[in-house]
Ligand binder design. Structure first.
Ligand code: FAD
Ligand code: NAD
Length: 474
């Protein structure tokens, strides 16, 4: 007899494990399946966590090399030990995934390792390394996440044409790194390797990088990371790759040449490694969705209703595999709510208030409606902007680049959105999310006391600036 559970979750990423833990808290008998040997999915194993560990270490390196002297700190020669640098990242990952394993055990969640395939809507075959088993449940949640998009004319080869999976663990610092795609992965991992000495060029199809942010944010961000040494080539369409002859590889010649065009004119970029970061696709390979009656939408995402139910009874889907931003915290909220719905409780997700963060230095963060989108939609808005250059803490810690922007409804003053470019923007945005969650106005934000001296005072000042009453600005 196959083992029967109240709930089985396929995929132990931030969506899947949060769903499993919440369901177990609510008293359900839960199984969590992943084909990876460790829990945590893309995010903890090869995504959010390792990339942030690398960003942090590379910031330390850049500080030691280029900025310590200005603080009166003499370090002598500063060198990179890449093996230790990468080992620390692996330790950070191990600590995180190990923590999840402990939590799963203490919550009595059954963890199964293997690839799950539907044989019916309530039955899964799990193919492990040695054997295949069968499990059943009244409710099954698909939380299988996403995988890197491959360019059809430039397939991943694992060494020269790579995805983020390899770019978190290059065995040596590439001399010339070309990043195709100026999105989040492109600028984050581009920053890491640029700080370590790579000549990084980001090739972006659109007229701007990190294109979901407002033009003024992107303009300043592009200038800042340009000064840090990253070359940006926008309006550039990649057309192919020419590998150099193997016999030349040990010489000064680069391993390949990226072929592209701008305004119909051909361009070439020498590359030792090409990181393709043009987005991720929902991952439903090997799931056997047709056996369960689960349908996909036009973009090959699992189709769900407003309560994340798929087209098959008792089958739900969450996270990167469904529509919406491909972000860990969004997947987590999906997972939490589905566990509550399955347990008969009132789950809730406010998908309008998913913050986004780019973890470069400075960081970029947003929530809600941007100024450009509000104007394009003819919304009557007031915008308050405050530069970190006028913030005492920012001056004290060399973090004067950037600004906070609050977008409020012109009539009601209700905050519609915020965008922040600056050191720690990812932490600062949370406060705006909270205000918005409770329907707060720019005046509410402005009249909230902020500790001095903190970068967060710039958020308060931007709130004041909405009504043209910022104190530390002209
Ligand atoms: P995933 O984390 O992708 O987990 C899905 C799991 O399902 C995987 O472990 C997979 O092995 C398993 N699986 C798939 N099919 C099967 C099957 N048939 N049987 C068994 N198991 C299966 N997001 C942020 O919010 N912040 C960040 O800073 C951030 N940084 C990122 C950096 C990088 C380099 C990358 C690649 C992504 C980053 N993301 C970040 C995105 C984030 O990783 C995803 O949004 C998040 O992991 C999605 O969670 P999920 O639970 O939907 O799926
Ligand atoms: P992305 O969607 O953020 O950016 C892809 C970029 O590639 C876009 O700017 C797009 O215009 C460009 N592009 C697409 N096709 C191209 C082509 N042929 N030539 C040149 N440019 C092209 O995708 P990503 O950076 O690969 O990240 C994937 C997902 O992972 C995203 O959904 C993101 O949310 C998530 N992620 C999040 C974080 C974070 O939250 N800090 C970090 C990394 C990844």
């Amino acid at each position: 007899m196959p083992e029967n559970f109240d709930l089985i979750i396929i995929g132990a990423g931030p969506g899947g494990y949060v769903c499993a833990f919440r369901a177990a808290q609510l008293g359900l008998k839960v199984a969590l399946i992943d084909k990876r040997a460790t829990l945590g999915g893309t995010c903890l194993n090869v995504g959010c966590i390792p990339s942030k560990a690398l960003l942090h270490s590379s910031e330390q390196f850049a500080f030691a090399k280029s900025h310590a002297a200005a603080h009166g700190i003499k370090l002598g020669s500063v060198e990179l030990d890449l093996a230790t640098f990468l080992k620390r990242k692996d330790e950070v990952v191990a600590k995180n995934v190990g923590g999840l394993a402990l939590l799963a055990k203490s919550r009595k969640v059954t963890v199964l390792t293997g690839t799950a395939t539907f044989t019916a809507a309530n039955t899964l075959a799990i193919k492990g390394e040695k054997e295949t088993s069968t499990v059943t449940a009244k409710n099954i949640v698909i939380a299988t996440g996403s995988a890197p998009v491959e360019l059809p004319f430039m397939k991943f080869d694992g060494t020269i044409v790579v995805s983020s999976d390899q770019a978190i663990a290059f065995p040596a610092v590439p001399k010339k790194l070309i990043v195709v795609g100026g999105g989040v992965i492109g600028v984050e991992l581009g920053s890491v390797w640029s700080r370590l000495g790579s000549e990084v060029t980001v090739v972006e199809f659109l007229p701007k990088i990190i294109a979901t942010y407002d033009d003024d944010i992107v303009r300043n961000f592009t200038r800042i990371i340009g000064k840090q040494g990253i070359k940006i080539e926008t309006n550039t369409k990649v057309t192919g790759l020419r590998y150099s002859k193997i016999e030349n590889r040990d010489s000064k010649m680069s391993a390949a040449t990226l072929l592209a065009e701008r305004d119909g004119k051909p361009l070439e970029f020498a590359a030792d490694v090409v990181l393709v970061a043009v987005g991720r696709r929902p991952y439903t390979d090997q799931l056997g969705l047709e056996q369960a009656g689960v349908q996909l939408d036009e973009k090959k995402r699992v189709k769900v209703d407003a309560h994340l139910k798929t087209t098959a009874p008792g089958v739900w889907a969450i996270g990167d595999v469904i529509a919406g931003p491909m972000l860990a915290h969004k997947a987590e909220e999906d997972g939490y709510a589905v566990a509550e719905w399955i347990a008969g409780k009132a789950g809730h997700v406010n998908w309008d208030l998913v913050p986004t963060v780019v973890y470069t230095e400075p960081e970029v963060a947003s929530v809600g409606l941007g100024e450009d989108a509000a104007k394009a939609a003819n919304r009557a808005i007031n915008v308050g902007k405050f530069n970190f250059a006028a913030n005492g803490r920012a001056i004290a810690q060399d973090a004067t680049d950037g600004f906070v922007k609050i977008i409020a409804d012109a009539k009601t003053d209700r905050i519609l959105g915020a965008q922040i470019l600056g050191h720690g923007a990812g932490e600062l945005i949370s406060e705006v999310v909270t205000h918005m969650e409770y329907g707060g106005s720019a005046e509410d934000l402005a009249r909230t006391i902020h500790a001095h001296p903190t970068m967060s005072e710039a958020v308060k000042e931007a709130g004041l600036a909405v009504s043209k009453s910022a104190i530390h600005a002209l």
